[in-house]
Design a protein around this ligand. Sequence first.
Ligand code: HEC
Length: 187
Amino acid sequence: MRKVLALALLSLPLFAAGEKREKTQEQVKEQVKEQVQERVRTGVNEELMKKGYEVFKKHCQACHVEYASPEKMREIVAIIRSGGKPPIAAPPMNEVAARVKHFFPEEEDFIEFVVDYITEPSREKGLCKPKAFEVFGVMPPIGKSLSEEEKRAVAYWMYHRYQETWEEMMRHHRPQGKGKGPKWMRE
Ligand code: HEC
């Protein structure tokens, strides 16, 4: 009897550990299920996402990098602030998307703005910071050589590819431990 009890006690931690592992797996399964359901709910059109990404790679990527990390952005901002030439030709696409979404949170308005802007860009219409125009100049009318379908696809991709809000982004881009960062990136 004592032997059985000792055995039972010995195997207890093992059993508990096994149960824990199983639970985690269960949680992962649940998480994946939720993610899939979220996709279904938000109804992201994968076909259109793929097409939009193709347009981006072919017509936008030469100037707009797809994603610049907060570290990279801080680096670029520091170069610009010290009067140097930035290593990029235009604001990174994650920043552009967050910026436009800040003014046009609704998908339809966002797409409308992007489609129009890339076809007929101007300083007046532009939502980018005055400093961005100063540093990079106005974007050329790239959209003139794209079909309506291609323009909508790339705008759709921009809307759904990025989730970070402008406020979150500005918090991350702030020079570490130093105040609030440059004023022109905060507004
Ligand atoms: C030749 C370089 C170049 C290419 C190629 C380019 N852009 Fe730009 N884009 C810029 C520059 C520079 C800016 C910042 C100045 C401005 O807003 O006009 C910009 C800004 C933008 C903005 C923000 C507009 C604003 O000020 O509110 C959007 C949206 C945008 N680009 C979308 C695109 C898309 C989509 C493509 C591809 C179809 C593309 N761009 C291709 C240079 C480019």
